[in-house]
Write a protein that binds this ligand. Structure first.
Ligand code: ASP
Ligand code: MG
Length: 455
């Protein structure tokens, strides 16, 4: 039975962290490795696209930045010889592919979603070659296997594709299993796959976790280990709440809620491909490989306490659509959401009343969303406002709905701090309750709730 180990960008920061990842991988018997891009590389590629659209002269500095990030690791970790030579060639040809794609963009001054997906997949492809190559240099047999060729199959969405479980299993397993039985560690780049027509598709930002789960599903793996530069899931973000503690176990549903709005530990869709399987999922810390990390279990967490974790998100905007009887107007909400959907804008959540519909969006989408709704507004809508100074607190726990008095404790704790709750939603998820406060109050609100449940 195999195991899938995913290493995030934070684990692939520099030579030291990559050496650490290699040590962990080399100690395994049979592991399939999935990687993110070296930290910061996806951001660099996104910026490079914008720059290339404007001027071709921006391309060479991008290539040399990528080259030095990856070659610095090789310089430090590889002892020379044919394995190192092969690695440098592999990275070099990946870099020239990036150069060609960027030049194409500079010539067109534009790009299709397919080209964008292809270009952004290159960060992970570089990382997979780097890690496999370093493993080889250090004496562990390994090979990089690009995700679209390995058979990570998706639908046709270029930016936010969904995994096609049956096809992935059918295609990937016969390609990966023989490598394992020959004692070779396959390193598969995360974040992308291939759509039905064979084009490269992206799984959304931070999508490598989701890739890793797809691979674990395809391989029917016993374990999926997601290696990070943090201890695992915590009762709150330790940078906000110094007394935060590690959670030993949490349920899939809790992990998904936590990932959706705040704690950027896991891609929110990570556990989807594993639904109904017996694969055990762990989040583990690269800096503390002996530590247990957090286990994410299907079903219930088995924890005694009602609350598992308090999450926070400052990056949130709310569009308020006012109008008399707006909440009971048939089709109005559907109209607004399809309007935003067509514009590619994701609605995180909706809170409605008789006189107001509140749409929670990414700040980056807010102004565009506002214009779309304003342009389509009809007689029913009286006023449309954009509120950008709100932040969200999420309280997550799989017994939150079952125990009496939990909500009272949450809101009393916040009220004691003299913080006003601007909006709240409870009951939409059986494991989470959310409320909005003014941004400057966010940290105090999180600490107040944390102190209440983790004294
Ligand atoms: N490199 C991609 C991103 O930054 C995917 C990932 O990190 O999982 O979004
Ligand atoms: Mg990343």
């Amino acid at each position: 039975m195999s195991k899938v180990m995913k290493f995030g960008g934070g684990c692939l920061r520099d030579a030291r962290s990559i050496a650490q990842a290699c040590a962990i991988i080399s100690a395994q018997k049979q592991a399939v490795v999935v990687v993110s891009a070296v930290s910061g590389v996806t951001e660099l590629l996104i910026a490079a696209i914008e720059q290339a659209k404007r001027q071709e002269r921006h391309i060479p500095p991008v290539l040399s930045a990528l080259k030095s990030r990856h070659f610095a690791v090789i310089d430090e970790l590889c002892p020379g010889g044919p394995a190192e030579k092969r690695l440098r060639t592999a990275i070099g040809s990946q870099l020239s592919r990036i150069g060609r794609l960027l030049t194409g963009i500079a010539c067109h001054r534009d790009l299709t979603p397919a080209v964008r997906a292809r270009l952004l997949s290159c960060g992970e492809r570089l990382a997979a070659r780097l890690l496999a190559g370093v493993l080889e240099c250090l004496g562990t047999r390994s090979t990089a296997l690009d995700a679209h060729l390995a058979g990570v199959c998706t639908d046709e969405n270029y930016e936010n594709a969904s995994i096609d479980r049956p096809r992935t299993r059918k295609v990937l397993r016969p390609k990966v299993a023989p490598l394992l039985s020959r004692g070779i560690v396959p390193v598969i780049p995360g974040f992308f796959g291939r759509g039905p027509s064979g084009a490269i598709t992206l799984l959304g930002r931070n999508g490598s976790d989701y890739s890793a789960a797809a691979v674990a599903f395809a391989m029917n793996s016993e374990r999926l280990e997601i290696w990070k530069d943090v201890d695992g899931f915590m009762s709150a973000d330790p940078s906000r709440v110094p007394t935060a503690r590690r959670l030993e176990r949490l349920s899939f549903a809790e992990a998904a809620e936590l990932s959706y709005f705040g704690a950027r530990i896991l891609h929110p869709r990570t556990v989807e491909p594993l639904a109904g399987t017996r694969t055990r999922v762990f989040v583990r810390n690269l800096e503390d490989p002996a530590g247990a990390g957090s286990e994410i279990v299907p079903g219930r967490s088995g924890r005694e306490e009602a609350v598992a974790s308090i999450t926070a998100n400052r990056r949130l905007a709310v569009i308020r659509v006012h109008g008399a009887g707006i909440g009971s107007r048939p089709g109005l909400l559907a109209g607004v959401s399809s309007l935003l959907g067509e514009a590619g804008i994701n609605i995180h959540s909706v809170l409605t009343s008789q006189t107001c519909i509140n749409l929670l969006l990414d700040p980056a989408d807010a102004r565009r969303g506002l214009q779309k709704i304003k342009a389509a507004a009809n007689g029913v809508i009286r006023k449309i406002e954009l509120e950008e100074r709100l932040a969200l607190v999420g309280v997550v726990g799989d017994r939150i709905m079952e125990k009496e008095g939990i909500y009272a404790r949450i809101f009393t704790a916040v009220a004691k701090e003299k913080i006003n709750v601007e909006m709240a939603a409870a009951g939409a998820s059986s494991v989470a309750c959310y409320f909005l406060v003014r941004s400057p109050d966010l940290d105090r609100a999180v600490r107040a709730v944390h102190n209440e449940f983790f004294p």
